[in-house]
Design a protein around this ligand. Sequence first.
Ligand SMILES: *Cc1c(COP(=O)(O)O)cnc(C)c1O
Length: 470
Amino acid sequence: MKYISTRGATAHKTFSEVLLMGLAPDGGLMLPESYPQISGETLAQWRGLSYPELAFEIMSLFISDIPADDLRDIINRTYTAEVFGSADVTPVRTLSDGLKIQALSNGPTLAFKDMAMQFLGNMFEYVLDKEGKQLNILGATSGDTGSAAEYALRGKKGIHVFMLSPEGKMSAFQRAQMYSLQDDNIHNIAVKGMFDDCQDIVKAVQSDMSFKEQYHIGTVNSINWGRIVAQVVYYFAGYFRATENNEQKISFCVPSGNFGNVCAGHIARMMGLPIHRLIVATNENDVLDEFFKTGIYRPRTAEHTMVTSSPSMDISKASNFERFIFDVTERDADQIQVLWAEVAAGNGFDLSLSLEKIQAQYGFVSGKSLHTDRLQMIAEVYGTDHELIDPHTADGVKVAREVRQQDEVIVCLETALAAKFEDTIKEAVGDVNIPRPAALENLETLPQRVEVVPHNADIVKMIIRETLDK
Ligand SMILES: *Cc1c(COP(=O)(O)O)cnc(C)c1O
């Protein structure tokens, strides 16, 4: 299996090459040259597999440049009951109103990003070791991504992580989660400023090409193909848990921001998984809801991106969206170049003529959930099912209930645990006891390790130099 760029001007690449890439050199995103097709017979054989067995079957269709035994070993070390809380890895449960919830949130940082990031960490270590390379991840985080990357890469050989976060802007839980890591290869840097200031520093360091090359600077952002391929697996797993036979069709409802999660659902559907609809749930930052209702894509500016109580969905443009639009245009790289030139110019684009196809052929539908909806869903589910769902999952439940058709089975992806967002939970249901995995009981009291710096890229470069030159 080879990989191509959505902009059409990058030579074909192997999985290992794509794994270590950010954007393609032509500015596009990498995708497999075709989607493997799963027959009914294969689907039937896969139904009884364990999560790691299923992951191997699916991922080996996309990863042909790594020996099967090595891939199997990496997957078996990644998707364990120890790391993800149960042998099921992504267990499915049913709420009293019939909605199904698939838990993607039982990894080390209690958010769905662990599902892909844990795999990426092991894969990075393997490929770097094989090629005798080093990789130093420089990233900016406002919460979930940074911690998922740190927990995936802690202690890994050949890798250092330099993670910038805005000083004092994350929740006490999120701070404790990141800053309490004591591994030698994890470096937390708190910047006096906002998240955007952290991102500016990352961009400034990355645009210094000689520094970037000398210190092997890379990223783990949501456009990494290795993350998408790992996410395809849980759509199959969820399908098998939520159905009795392969004649049944189900829908998935996905709390969405950068379109990474639901993009994997789209790929699973393109492979032949019997998915009826892919339901995109947004929060107040509704650029995707607008697109799936009108066909018009209108990315917002940073000033028009709202800070909400489902913060991991606070995006202004959906960085993985280009992968889906590539398929919508029948993989027309020239058209993608034209459309994204418009995006770069701050204009967006109009595909309203393709809207019917996007809805009928690709099964997409969308909805939006606001702060009050979120609180109401958390309270309702607590009232009827005596369980606490997190604010992002609540956005999904709200939209799923709104668009649900008669007899439609909908699996809502649970993208985080309530324990991560105590303030919003308490706003919704009052001062209740919010359950936490035992290992995190005393998280906030652990010693923390973080370096506070001014908003200055040169100081961050100096820290990287001093660490790596040692
Ligand atoms: C990242 C994240 C999302 C959004 O996922 P995308 O892949 O960006 O669409 C939703 N919920 C939680 C809890 C997240 O961490």
